[in-house]
Design a protein around this ligand. Structure first.
Ligand SMILES: C[S@@+](CC[C@H](N)C(=O)[O-])C[C@H]1O[C@@H](n2cnc3c(N)ncnc32)[C@H](O)[C@@H]1O
Length: 221
């Protein structure tokens, strides 16, 4: 990065160490296929919120989506994206889009960063509902407290394991730095699902391997 590039925080540095862009792209492609993206119209207007360095946007292009936008509040991560999608630096609790103007909104690993979980989740979900057209889709992939996730963090509690496995060390560094929001997110699975399923009809839901993977359709007013 140039000297004028925005500063990368410790959390952003760990996130960048966690996976290479290629690994991340493969992960996003797997998720999108699993959640039915191959059946979605390729000219749909898709927004990925909390999109980080934008590899989710690359995955959408890879699958043939042509009208893709990303939103993230980190100017440092946004600066790393170079691709055809429009990228906006903004707070996802207040989306910079008109009502009923988009077909699909995606969030992957963003909601567990919200500081005031109940109030902020309410804001984000209401905003997603507002910007989606009727029957629009909301796709959510977030960490979920499953036996696998507990096991990973148990292994990560050993210094030797972290020293031997750089990816585990990056994951544990990220979770230490985001502990307050990560922990409050993992402790409230019922409240989270209730909020998502309050405004959206569940189309797909898979829970396993430390993740919630969910797609809902916007219900009519
Ligand atoms: C774990 S990263 C996920 C990035 C990407 N979706 C991924 O899966 O790799 C969380 C992202 O949320 C962004 N973020 C956190 N709070 C935000 C907010 N209120 N509005 C917009 N972006 C936010 C951070 O800058 C970060 O890029």
């Amino acid at each position: 990065m140039s000297e004028t590039s925005p500063t990368v925080t410790a959390w952003e540095a760990a996130y960048l160490r966690f996976e290479t862009c290629e690994e991340e792209l493969r992960k996003f492609l797997r998720r999108l296929r699993k959640l039915g993206a191959l059946t979605w119209p390729r000219d749909a207007q898709v927004v990925e919120i909390f999109c980080g360095r934008g590899n989710g946007l690359h995955a959408l292009h890879h699958l043939g989506f042509t009208r893709v936008e990303g939103v993230d509040c980190s100017a440092a991560l946004v600066a790393r994206y170079s691709g055809p999608a429009k990228f906006v630096v903004a707070d996802c609790r207040q989306l910079p889009f008109p009502d009923a103007s988009r077909d699909i909104v995606i969030v992957q690993g963003g909601l567990h960063h919200l500081p005031e979980l109940r109030a902020d989740l309410e804001k984000v979900v209401s905003e997603v509902r507002r910007v989606l057209r009727p029957s629009g889709r909301f796709m959510v992939v977030e960490p979920w407290r499953t036996p696998f996730l507990r096991f990973v963090h148990w292994v990560g509690s050993f210094r030797l394991a972290r020293r031997m496995w750089a990816k585990l060390d990056a994951l544990e560094t990220m979770t230490e730095l985001e502990w307050v929001t990560y922990d409050q997110w993992l402790r409230q699975p019922e409240a989270v699902l209730r909020r998502l399923e309050g405004d959206f009809a569940t189309e797909r839901k898979c829970i396993g391997w430390g993740k919630l993977m969910w797609v809902g359709r916007r219900e009519s007013d």
